[in-house]
Design a protein around this ligand. Structure first.
Ligand code: ASP
Length: 451
């Protein structure tokens, strides 16, 4: 007999079916046994007059007959509540030990390290399942939206050279060139700009980004995903327009929520600081959970000062200064405004981008203001400056953060709740124990240890 998905059993009254699934609960009523069994599509009640030695979370195959329940026993809370399966035969496919973490409830009160150690059990929780399903729907929607507008998805390397986004790099030692290292990308920023030089006018990628943030910072340590977008021959307004259309549609069609204001308000950095005291803010007057209040912040200063008073980019060093401020670069760089744009939503920064510098001379000037010496500029960014010598269309983009958006949409408090296998707050991976020691032999092979 072929497998019937549990949701389909509803349409098979009077017929014999074979179902597979996992035991959710068991109820012993003396003469009869009730087994709630679920597959990915639904849960159903199976009834047996015979007892079996089974436990919750065991995986079973059940053959039985679908019976309509009497009116007074219909369970309105479940899809299959009008029927039940009368068990004819039952086979245990795989037994489950008792779960080390409770699987009922939302799991928020369980020690997080334990949840991550047994993430494959934790993920059985409907809350997390729904978060990941929403993530899937959002990614599919993003792809369809962009592809239908002529964007093409291009993957860029993970083993690469540092691209500064303001964090430390994760590094990977090279065995073939001992003493040298790859860096994992903090973002595909330089690659997407190189793709513009290569005349891909509309690029996107669901990109993994790696940032070795300080645990003290409020930014996430480890890896996360961005919807990375870049376009040639565009103005800042073109980028904002397509972004707001995408997020309006995602909010309505995927999150089934409303946007607070459309078009999204554009607020200058100055005004944001004056009005809200920060460059991210919540426009809502009431904290209505079904409303997403998006806004763009524009006209950022090009530079900011670090705690040590060094000049650093507000966004990254590839962000273009506003034309009218270019002459201030030499005299008063801190006064220069840029073409950076941030997307904020309900008090969180959910994305950022900019129009880029496409003039190699200005790019060089910016690197110098940032304190890089000529030799260092050549070593770190020579490839980009060289590429720009072959003709580069004006370009710009944005990179909304996937997890941040999902946090806003689900009301979750941290990005780990919308990530299948996140690293913990202290940098430990889920389930697999990394970072971990590595064999002496491997260290020697990489020349990280003396032979
Ligand atoms: N690479 C930037 C970031 O990761 C986004 C962008 O400028 O498009 O924030």
């Amino acid at each position: 007999m072929e497998r019937t998905y549990i949701a389909q059993t509803l349409h098979q009254v009077g017929k014999s079916v074979k179902i597979f699934g996992r035991i959710q609960t068991l109820r012993d009523h003396g003469k009869v046994w009730f087994i709630d069994i679920a597959d990915e599509t639904a849960v159903v009640q199976a009834v047996s007059r015979q007892k079996f030695t089974v436990n919750p979370q065991d995986i079973l195959e059940i053959e039985g007959v679908v019976k309509k329940r009497p009116e007074n026993l219909v369970n309105k809370d479940i899809k299959t509540g009008e029927i039940e399966i009368e068990v004819k035969s039952l086979r245990i496919i795989s037994k489950s030990q008792t779960s080390p973490i409770p699987l009922e409830g939302d799991g928020r009160d369980i020690d997080e390290d334990l949840r991550l150690k047994y993430r494959y059990l934790d993920l059985r929780r409907p809350r997390l399942k729904n978060n990941l399903k929403l993530r899937h729907k959002m990614l599919i929607f993003m792809r369809q939206f962009l592809v239908s507008r002529g964007f093409i998805e291009i993957e860029t390397p993970i083993l690469t050279k540092a691209t500064p986004e303001g964090a430390r790099d994760f590094v990977v030692p090279s065995r073939l060139q001992p003493g040298k290292f790859y860096a994992l990308p903090q973002s595909p920023q330089q690659y997407k700009q190189l793709l513009m030089v290569a005349d891909f006018e509309k690029y996107f990628q669901i990109a993994r980004c790696f940032r070795d943030e300080d645990p003290r910072s409020d930014r996430a340590y480890g890896e996360f995903s961005q919807l990375d977008i870049e376009m040639a021959y565009v103005t800042q307004e073109d980028i904002l327009t397509i972004t707001e259309q995408l997020f309006k549609e995602i909010t309505e069609k995927v999150f089934k929520k409303k946007v607070y204001k459309f078009p999204f308000p554009r607020i200058t950095h100055d005004e944001a600081i004056r009005k809200y005291g920060a460059d991210k803010f919540d426009l809502r007057t009431e904290k209505s959970p079904d409303v997403l209040a998006f806004a763009f912040v524009v006209d950022f200063p090009l530079f900011e000062k670090t705690e040590e008073q060094a000049i650093s980019p507000s966004h990254h060093p590839f962000t273009a200064p506003k034309e009218e401020d270019i002459e201030l670069l030499a005299k008063n760089p801190m006064k220069v405004r840029s073409y950076q744009h941030d997307l904020v939503c309900n008090g969180l920064e959910v994305g950022g981008g900019s129009i880029r510098i496409s003039d190699p001379n200005i790019q060089r000037k910016i690197f110098k203001i940032l304190g890089h010496k000529d030799k260092e500029i050549e070593e770190k960014f020579g490839h980009l400056l060289t590429a720009f010598k072959y003709g580069v269309p004006p370009h710009g983009g944005i990179a909304p953060g996937i997890e941040r958006l999902l946090m806003v949409a689900t009301g979750e408090e941290n990005t780990r709740e919308v990530t299948a296998f996140p690293v913990s707050g202290s940098g430990q991976t889920s389930v697999m124990d990394a970072p971990s020691e590595i064999d002496e032999e491997v260290l020697k092979e990489y020349k990280l240890k003396k032979l």
